[in-house]
Design a protein around this ligand. Structure first.
Ligand SMILES: [Zn+2]
Length: 70
């Protein structure tokens, strides 16, 4: 019987999501870290802290916010 070692040192994304309190919580936390907390009543929001462009001009690719002029 050839048993493959699972649950090793490397924490899988699934485990990290579970530790964060479920997918929704993880998604929320990740989104907030990437895009900042929701800015209510600010229209297009605050400018990007990296490139200075409006957040609305950025593209969300695979959960990552990409600067328009990167
Ligand atoms: Zn940017």
């Amino acid at each position: 019987m050839n048993m493959t070692a699972s649950g090793g040192r490397k924490t899988s994304l699934r485990a990290r999501i579970r530790e964060a309190g479920g997918f929704y919580q993880w998604f929320n936390t990740t989104l907030i870290r990437l895009a900042g907390p929701a800015q209510l009543g600010e229209g297009r929001g605050t400018p990007c802290h990296r490139c200075g462009a409006d957040k609305a001009d950025h593209v969300l690719v695979d959960g990552e916010l990409h600067c328009p002029s990167a």
